[in-house]
Design a protein around this ligand. Structure first.
Ligand code: TXA
Ligand code: MG
Length: 337
């Protein structure tokens, strides 16, 4: 990830904020995070307050490399090291049995903890200097789309945090993949920057948690508590239309109402005359769609729209993560053509 504008003095100031129990906006390759000392229960509580995050939704710990796993986890399977070797630093969070040193407030009382090594030089340096794991959820207010720029994070967090390290736009754009290694077969809890297909190359069979592809009923408990909450949503309701892009564009153009906003592929920008249009990259460029999806969803909150129609990206590779975020933003209100 780009680390423009940042100096070693910024890194030192950031590490000091963490060490003193403050809140720091940190860049990562996925999305910006709201970081604090993961061993300091009061600092971690402040994260929940700043985000308005429900207490039962655990946080993940960010570490500089896999040698730190043993500090915070036990019964670590060999597969954890195989995954680290292949994908760390990078957009993969592993759920592992935790040690008692990890405060309850981090794990929301679970006996497991999520561990991630972000691919971002600035954030490594901050963690290394502070010499503590950094607990960090995405840097949005709870329920809002995750921030992929420092500006987007400030929209939600200005006045609530001590500082933000601006590392420029995030290279991946959707949050890390979460894999639960405490069950057999390992279970994908959240699709992200590392694809299901890539995980299968290392792990063989991988189960996909139900919460990835459908709406959970209120009484159901997804394994990643965060997957049950309405998330990523702009203020106006979203309808996703799935199918061949020419068909979905035609379907939307025929049905959009007076106040409708449209989220579409670049190629279809000109289809929806007189309507606010936000694009999410070309049909065939999934990496670009991942980088743009959250900014696109955020953009509608700055427009006068009563409802939003969205073309659905395809869901292979990183597309599984992009469609998961969009479908969640739509409360799984999806029309299949
Ligand atoms: O890319 C990312 O993962 C970003 C950057 C900042 O690192 N972080 C992020 O954190 O997305 P957050 O808190 O927004 O999402 C973490 C998800 C939540 O859905 C949470 O419920 C789940 O991980 N989670 C955390 N600990 C867990 C655990 N022990 N077992 C199951 N799920 C867990
Ligand atoms: Mg989040």
């Amino acid at each position: 990830m780009e680390t423009k504008r940042l100096t070693s003095a910024d890194v030192e100031a950031g590490a000091e904020i963490i060490a003193k129990g403050g809140l720091l906006g940190i860049p990562t390759e996925t999305v910006y995070g709201l970081g604090a000392n993961g061993l300091d229960p009061n600092a971690v509580k402040a994260i929940f307050e700043a985000k308005g995050r429900p207490q039962d939704n655990p946080l993940i710990l960010h570490i500089p490399d896999e040698s730190w796993l043993e500090r915070y986890c036990e019964d670590i399977p060999a597969t954890a090291y195989e995954l680290a070797e292949r994908f760390w630093p990078g957009p993969l969070t592993m759920i592992l049995p935790r040690k008692a040193i990890v405060p309850d407030v981090v794990t929301a009382g679970l006996d497991t903890v999520g561990m991630r090594c972000p691919d971002c030089a600035v954030t490594w340096a901050v963690i290394g200097l502070a010499d503590v794991p950094v607990a960090a959820p995405s840097g949005n207010a709870s329920g809002r789309p995750s921030p992929t720029t420092a500006e987007a994070m400030l929209e939600d967090m200005d006045g609530k945090i001590d500082a933000i390290l601006d590392g420029g736009p995030c290279a991946v754009g959707v949050e890390s993949t979460i894999i639960d290694l405490t069950v057999q077969p390992p279970r994908l809890l959240r699709p992200g920057g590392v694809t299901l297909e890539e995980l299968e190359e290392v792990l063989g069979e991988v189960a996909v948690d139900d919460a990835v592809r459908r709406l959970m009923a209120p009484e159901e408990q997804p394994k990643a508590p965060g997957m049950k909450y309405r998330h990523y949503a702009p203020k106006a309701p979203v309808t996703v239309v799935k199918g061949d892009p020419d068909m979905t564009a035609g379907y939307i153009a025929a049905r959009m109402g007076e106040g409708s906003g449209i989220l579409c592929f670049d190629e279809f920008k000109g289809y929806f005359r007189g309507h606010p249009v936000v694009t999410m990259g070309p049909v065939s460029d999934q990496a670009e769609q991942a980088r743009e999806i959250f900014e696109a969803l955020r953009a509608f909150d700055h427009m006068e729209v009563t409802d939003i129609w969205a073309q659905s990206p395809s869901d292979g590779g990183i597309g599984l993560a992009v469609t998961n975020r969009l479908n969640k933003a739509a409360g799984f209100h999806i029309i299949e053509l």
